[in-house]
Design a protein around this ligand. Sequence first.
Ligand SMILES: C[S@@+](CC[C@H](N)C(=O)[O-])C[C@H]1O[C@@H](n2cnc3c(N)ncnc32)[C@H](O)[C@@H]1O
Length: 229
Amino acid sequence: MPTEMISFLAQFARSPLATGAIAPSGVPLAERITASIPRSGDPLVVELGPGTGAFTRVIQRRLAGQGRHLALEINPTFAERLAREFPGVDVLEADAGALPGLLAERDLPPAQVIVSGLPWAVFSAQKQREILGSVVEALADDGVFTTFAYQHARWSPPARRLHRNLRELFEEVVVGATVWANLPPAMVYHCRRPIRHLPGEERGASGRHPGPARPGNRSAQRGPEPSRP
Ligand SMILES: C[S@@+](CC[C@H](N)C(=O)[O-])C[C@H]1O[C@@H](n2cnc3c(N)ncnc32)[C@H](O)[C@@H]1O
């Protein structure tokens, strides 16, 4: 059995809820969830919940030495392993909810792409909302947030809550086709045009993106996959 799989299983046995899956994601899902990373320029890419690096590897390949890649992992064993294996990645042992503060501390601009491997289904409603609020606050206006959900659980209350939250927080939410070649099969949400605040709601603590509320024109679509598989 590959060491990545052993490490993942061991962490699942120790902390099943925080780990959120019994095995790392496969390459087809990693390709799909990272497809929005620009080929040119110096994008800031943030990865949430990298685990043993299934998405990290593909993000690094797509960046090809350009831009910057920050990975926030709450599990110290995973964080240490990642930092060893991916010296080109800034691995932070941190909660995803701390993202806006961590960018501000480093004087970094809003992220162009945020890729999440977080286990949304095991988070409480409050935790889910807190982390999504941080994502919206830390994402560039023209940035993309991608995350995934398991196909078998898509109608469960936490998965429906995630979809509802995404539709509230982004003007565009495109649900990609199911990636059957993943264990278990999963689908990717591609979210664009973050909505910073709604009338009557408070802005994020940093106040870095005081753009106007854009409550209209939201869409939840099943649409074509973004290009560049
Ligand atoms: C389902 S695993 C996915 C790992 C990897 N992205 C993959 O797809 O194989 C979820 C990962 O999120 C991490 N995690 C859970 N809660 C987190 C949080 N609040 N902040 C940062 N990472 C978290 C877990 O430790 C674990 O590594």
